[in-house]
Design a protein around this ligand. Structure first.
Ligand SMILES: [Zn+2]
Length: 343
């Protein structure tokens, strides 16, 4: 993979075209290639399994391919035992993938090559701010703190090994035409700001690695949880900086637990056990409003998935950002509030 032609130093070219435009969205002649990219910091729970199932169904419905990528760059959080467990859970639920899994930890040379190119082009700069400084000085945007730009002018005396790198985000607006939630538009400076592409400890940032991978793996549509909706804008900025075409996204609602929080390892969501595979799959299908027949939960996972492929109706998936696991909870849409651009 090679980035594009050299640009005017320090300026991401064609900022007005950053994002997934409608022309790009409507016809994609390539065969469908989807992916699931878990972080192996724990086993899959019903929430992560739901995005796995959704992305698998989008791929299998059109006889496309579905790749597995293990996002294991953060060695402090990731464990090989979790990788083994996740693979077993996917197999047990019948969610087979194509080819060998990709592992981000084995792809770091590629990310560093891309980062070097960004450095050469002046599109990233070194940052010595701590998380605390960044938080104290930055405004809080819809998707977390906005960096103040304190280090934009550089710290030449600091060893390059001990600094973080931030993408020099241009001013202007950025667009995303999400295939589920529709058109989304944000002010880059106000809502996103310069963000980390390499951490102080040398670990490549999630946004950079994932943006490169979606392109390099040939992914035609990224299906993932709606909590990452605004993160997709950062991926698009990185791709624009690397002069690579935008990725297409389809975000699906995330699942909330009984107290209205996203199901997560941190808040103790139980692992989705493969012994309950058919029950888990049909439960997720119900949450996605696919209306599986009541006795389907007693069939084998293979039968459940065959039914799901045949009856997969993306239009029925709720347009809300969140789906409560237990009914009658208030559904919020805080990420999309204050945005007149969402249709
Ligand atoms: Zn800084």
């Amino acid at each position: 993979m090679e980035p594009g032609e050299p640009t005017e130093k320090g300026v991401i070219r064609s900022v007005t075209h950053i994002g997934t435009n409608r022309k790009h969205m409507t016809k994609d002649a390539r065969p469908y290639i989807g992916r699931f990219a878990p972080t192996p910091s724990g086993p899959l729970h019903l929430g992560s399994l739901s995005t796995a199932l959704a992305s698998w169904l989008f791929a299998r419905k059109v006889k496309g391919e579905w790749f597995l990528r293990i996002d294991d760059l953060d060695t402090l959080r990731c464990r090989n035992s979790h990788i083994t467990r996740i693979l077993k859970q996917l197999e047990g639920h019948g969610l087979w993938w194509n080819g060998a899994p990709y592992c981000q930890s084995r792809r770091v040379d590629l990310y560093h090559d891309m980062l070097s190119w960004l450095k050469t082009e002046g599109l990233v700069y070194s940052c010595v701010c701590t998380r605390i400084t960044s938080r104290r000085e930055g405004a809080i945007g819809q998707d977390g703190p906005i960096y103040s730009g304190r280090c934009r002018k550089g710290f030449p005396s600091i060893s390059p090994e001990r600094v973080a790198y931030r993408l020099r985000a241009p001013s202007g607006r950025i667009f995303l035409d999400d295939r589920h939630f529709g058109y989304l538009e944000r002010d880059i400076g106000r809502d996103i700001g310069d963000f980390i592409v390499r951490r102080t400890d040398g670990v490549i940032g999630y946004y950079l690695a994932s943006a490169i991978d979606e392109h390099d793996m040939g992914i035609t549509e990224v299906v993932r949880g709606a909590d990452l909706l605004l993160s997709s804008l950062r991926h698009q900025l990185i791709l624009a900086a690397l002069q690579l075409p935008p990725t297409s996204y389809r975000h699906v609602p995330i699942i909330l637990n009984g107290i209205g929080a996203k199901l997560s390892k941190q808040n103790g969501a139980p692992p989705a056990h493969e012994n309950n595979a058919s029950a888990n799959l049909t439960r997720i299908l119900r949450l996605f409003a696919q209306r599986p027949p009541p006795d389907l939960a007693r069939a084998t996972p293979k039968i459940v998935l065959e039914w799901a492929i045949q009856h997969w109706k993306p239009d029925r998936i709720p347009k809300s950002l969140e789906i409560p696991l237990t009914p009658n909870r208030k559904i919020s849409a805080h990420l999309l509030s204050n945005s007149s651009a969402v249709q």
